[in-house]
Design a protein around this ligand. Sequence first.
Ligand code: NAP
Ligand code: ZN
Length: 346
Amino acid sequence: MIPAKGYAAQNAESDLAPWEFERRDVGAHDVQIEILYCGVCHTDYHLTKNEWFPGLFPMVPGHEIVGRVVAVGGHVQKFTTGDAAGVGVMVDSCRHCENCDNGQEQFCLDGGVLTYNNPDREGKPAYGGYSNTIVVHERYVHVISEKLDLAAVAPLLCAGITTYSPLRKWNVGKGHKLAIVGLGGLGHLGVKFGLAFGAEVTVLSTSESKRKDAKALGAHNFVVTRIPEEAATVTAAFDFILDTVAADHDIAPYLAMLRTNGTYINVGMPAKPLDVSAFTLASGNKTVAGSGAGGMPETQEMLDFCANHNIVSDIELINIKDINTAFERMLKGDVRYRFVIDMKTL
Ligand code: NAP
Ligand code: ZN
């Protein structure tokens, strides 16, 4: 076994604190990565606090991992020692079901393994990226371009693919009016992808303080949804709405902002079910859709697209000892626009 150290929550009430554990030895198809950076996703908070369901503790969160390969198994083909490498929300799956065969490993029918907070295929707990090293089968490890700032690439591994994938699936682009709800980690990358695909992008935010940033990101329009007169200006305005909000909220006002035949895509994960009126859907042929992260081929496609189009996350690099404060700030929407842990500080 390989000794590892990281930050873990010992239970849903405790802060994250230093903790030592072990990684498996490097198998024939495995890659061992020295973790350099790990993004802080709102999911890390939901899970460590049992906001969705009881977690598996001790829990080492983190699924936006970028680092360098320090060891490879004998059958590894994609990587050699020294390569930059990334790991996202999952680290294993059955590799033979219909979804794995179709490159949608995130929906493995035989029990995919998320990067943390679930047992791996040997029944041992998986531990995430708030740590110094990780061992992963190469299928679930992505090639990272050296052209981009590695710290700012880390959030692409979850926030990036989660916004890229639905915009691609629905062919959002030139001629479309797209709204992004919530200018946080996912939201600001949704804005960047929407613009890169050629859409006219509006940010629907609860924070007046983000108006300048939205414009600096290139958004064409910014609406503070808490101001009724502003919200009224975008009634029936959008072909697509991508909702990235983490908190429980009413989606009816957003459905009213869709044009006829418009599509509302939810990627945020509030704990409470969304309330949707059949009348709202019927009047105007509206679609409500969801999307979960992305499979391995599409994640690599997204990373390559970002390298070619110079897209990275806007980040605030933090010392790992400040992770609990970062969580608190994220809850208040006070992130510009993703915290990334500098693992040198571990
Ligand atoms: P985040 O950085 O905290 O951003 C969420 C944003 O939502 C906030 O910055 C804020 O933006 C807005 N917001 C907060 N409270 C709100 C409220 N009460 N009403 C309306 N807007 C509110 O979070 P994130 O990391 O981007 O993650 C967002 C959600 O996506 C989380 O629930 C996470 O678990 C989920 N997620 C899902 C997937 C997936 O596969 N589907 C993958 C990753 C994450 P404004 O200040 O602009 O309003
Ligand atoms: Zn995430």
